[in-house]
Design a protein around this ligand. Structure first.
Ligand SMILES: *Cc1c(COP(=O)(O)O)cnc(C)c1O
Length: 350
């Protein structure tokens, strides 16, 4: 290792960060990375490699939590991009009877167009309820729209934050209002797609405010310009509403699911929802060959660490700065050419 070489210097700083700040064991970390990058074994544990989960946790904490300390620990399942994450989550919510045909699910609109179709396709039979934002409101969700979530017949709330196409993050007020709505509807499952989180200054994910109720989806695709790699993740709290709802299912549903998952675990009743998502991603039977390819997990580690080595030292990440400045430059040029007023608020992902 030559500390003068920029690649070596990064790897040295990354390992120092993992051992010093995250407290990971150096030998275990290096063995995991070396084995994983060769791709000689099935991913083990299949959900997420052990040190990788700690690194991805730190990345989410630094980029999306807005300084909040989330209790309970965050479990991660790396997936084939954010799209893969969404498909897996809807499949498992439906398969595990947490969402049933006829259930109402709220969707923060306007939304990434392909997502509009998820509730109606594949016989999920879900009924969509719009929770709308508009340009007049700075693309934040108004109080009365959030109020729709207080109705216990609304089983899930699905949002992209910062929004696409609105390109704005939810305000702190709206996050607080959402927390109030969840007090009235404590079984609400929130599914948040935060792929643009790092593009808003001062961002805080819904997961950091409502970790018990929220399933978080993140993707490296947009920030790092790596859509072809297919790398994203599902994150859920160790203590979460889905696991409670599973334990409260009618005995008939439980018996059916017990029978199915008993193929792959000795304790099907106690199998956490996120592990069911992993099993379902391979139709349960092929659970032992599930999990994201190990070289892809290493690539996620490297991208995450390229941020963490700066964040850990209390420094601004020059890559994220450059990415945001570039987007801002283009936004200003576009608005100027169109003769439109610019929005300089921190919630705008410009
Ligand atoms: C691009 C995009 C995705 C897809 O992410 P992949 O990781 O490339 O699958 C998901 N959500 C939103 C809002 C996006 O804009």
């Amino acid at each position: 290792m030559d500390p003068e070489d920029p690649t070596d210097a990064f790897l040295i700083a990354a390992v120092d960060y993992c051992t010093g700040t995250l407290g990971l064991d150096r030998d275990s970390l290096i063995k995991e990375l070396a084995d994983a990058v060769i791709g000689g074994y099935y991913p083990t544990p299949s959900r997420c490699l052990t040190n990788t989960e700690a690194i991805l946790n730190a990345f989410l904490q630094q980029t999306l939590f807005g300084g909040a300390k989330v209790p309970g620990g965050t479990c991660v399942f790396p997936t084939e991009g954010g799209s893969g994450a969404m498909v897996y989550i809807f499949e498992s919510l439906s398969h595990n009877r947490l969402l049933k045909p006829g259930d109402r699910i709220a969707i923060a609109t306007p939304i990434f167009t392909p997502y509009m179709q998820i509730p109606s396709v594949k016989d999920y039979g879900l009924v969509a309820v719009d929770v709308s934002s508009t340009a007049e409101n700075g693309w934040d969700i108004p109080e009365e729209e959030i109020g729709k979530l207080e109705d216990p017949s609304v089983k899930a709330f699905f949002l992209v934050n910062p929004s696409n196409p609105g390109a704005h993050a939810l305000s702190k007020n709206t996050l607080a209002r959402l927390a109030q709505a969840v007090e009235k509807n404590p079984d609400l499952i929130i599914l948040t797609d935060d792929v643009y989180g790092t593009f808003a200054e001062d961002f805080q994910t819904v997961y950091a405010v409502l970790p018990y109720n929220t399933i978080l989806v993140y993707s490296f695709s947009k920030l790092y310009g790596v859509t072809g790699w297919r790398i994203g993740l599902i994150a859920m709290n160790g203590n979460n509403v889905c696991d409670r709802l599973l334990s409260e299912l009618p005995e008939e549903d439980k018996a059916h699911l017990r029978d199915e998952y008993s193929i792959v675990t000795a304790d099907p009743d106690g199998m956490p929802f996120i592990d069911r998502v992993v099993a379902d991603s391979r139709s349960i039977g092929l659970y032992h060959t599930s999990g994201l390819s190990t070289p892809s997990q290493v690539f996620m580690d490297l991208l995450a660490l390229s941020h963490l080595v700066y964040a850990g030292a209390g420094q601004e990440d020059p890559y994220i700065r450059l990415a945001n400045d570039t987007v801002r430059e283009r936004y200003l040029a576009l608005m100027d050419a169109l003769g439109l007023e610019t929005d300089d608020g921190a919630a705008n992902t410009r």
